[in-house]
Design a protein around this ligand. Structure first.
Ligand code: FMN
Length: 224
């Protein structure tokens, strides 16, 4: 697969088949991804990959916490702002309503909205989950490096015929995840990610996210 196809075919997949992913394939993806760049080559990422019993135990514990409304606050890491501006709010709403529309969730249907959110916590049925962490003392630039790394993982996964969904949803459940994966408390969870094979029959995977017009975000100077 060439780079353009890898970029254009990457989408957030929210329904996976049960087909397992071999450890060799995952190792290849992560070995390629290790070439990801970082400021002053600090390589401030860790990737914790889980499948089988460990994956299932995390899913069980986190779903139980989610069901009892026990997500913890992630405010101390200010991953998302406390208050969004209108532009970002409108983009967030659009992707949310486009997804809910596809799966038939009406506005105000809190029960089904929660059930859709809960799908995050079973990795959308993907057999493999990856948790990305960085060292807690590091700053914004290192978080950005982890983001670059995650994108590299997602593109390398496409090269192996795999699909992904990056999942910030997990960050409110850092404690049980760290417990199951023996992650030291000097690290902080940046994001989760589902990895596996796309369920091509699932309606949620027909979601096409839109992008802003180029002229609103690309700013050229000095070309004429
Ligand atoms: C860091 C990050 C975290 C995300 N977290 C979630 C998540 O928790 N749940 C989810 O369903 N999608 C999540 N997404 C997927 C975004 O909604 C998606 O990337 C965006 O709508 C664009 O769609 P696309 O990935 O299909 O191009 C996340 C994406 C990124 C980059």
């Amino acid at each position: 697969m060439d780079i353009e196809e890898a970029i254009l075919s990457r989408r957030s997949i929210r329904a996976f088949t049960e087909q397992p992913v071999s450890k060799e394939k995952i190792e290849k993806v992560l070995s390629i991804s290790q070439r990801s760049p970082s400021g002053t080559n600090t390589q401030p990422w860790h990737a914790y990959v889980c499948t089988g019993k460990v994956r299932d135990a995390i899913v069980k514990d986190v779903c139980e916490l989610f069901d009892s409304g026990q997500a913890s606050s992630y405010a101390e890491y200010d991953y998302y702002p406390e208050k969004w501006n209108e532009l970002h709010t409108s983009r967030r709403r659009k992707i949310g309503w486009d997804l809910y529309g596809l799966v038939g969730i009406q506005k105000g249907d809190r029960k089904r909205t929660a059930l859709q959110a809960r799908r995050n916590y079973c990795f959308f049925d993907a057999p493999v989950g990856i948790f990305f962490t960085t060292d807690a003392y590091l700053g914004k630039g290192s978080w950005s490096d982890v983001g670059l790394y995650m994108q590299t993982v997602m593109l390398a996964a496409r090269g192996e015929g795999l699909h992904t969904c990056p999942q910030a949803a997990w960050i409110t459940f850092q404690e049980p995840i760290f417990k199951h994966l023996n992650i030291p408390s000097t690290q902080v969870l940046v994001s989760g990610m589902a990895l596996g094979y796309e369920d091509t029959s699932a309606v949620e995977n027909t979601l096409v996210s839109v992008r802003e017009e180029l002229e609103n975000v690309i700013h050229y100077s000095g070309f004429d």
